[in-house]
Write a protein that binds this ligand. Structure first.
Ligand SMILES: [Zn+2]
Length: 64
């Protein structure tokens, strides 16, 4: 028997795909996942031109 876990809270679903909130354990987790997608939309609209270098750390701190 396959164990299906809720992708949000990792709880094992007691019911099968026939449940209304599948693949989530509850309506609440379904909304949480929806919120994550909306958050990603917000992130995409923000500028992604951040420098990978960490300017906060001074080079002097690295003693070779
Ligand atoms: Zn859940």
């Amino acid at each position: 028997m396959l164990e299906i876990r809720c992708p949000v809270c990792k709880k094992v679903l007691s019911e099968g795909p026939e449940t209304r909130t599948f693949p989530f354990c509850s309506q609440r987790c379904k909304m949480v996942d929806l919120g994550r997608w909306l958050d990603e939309d917000y992130n995409i609209s923000e500028p992604l031109e951040q420098s990978p270098h960490d300017e906060e750390s001074p080079p002097e701190s690295q003693s070779v």
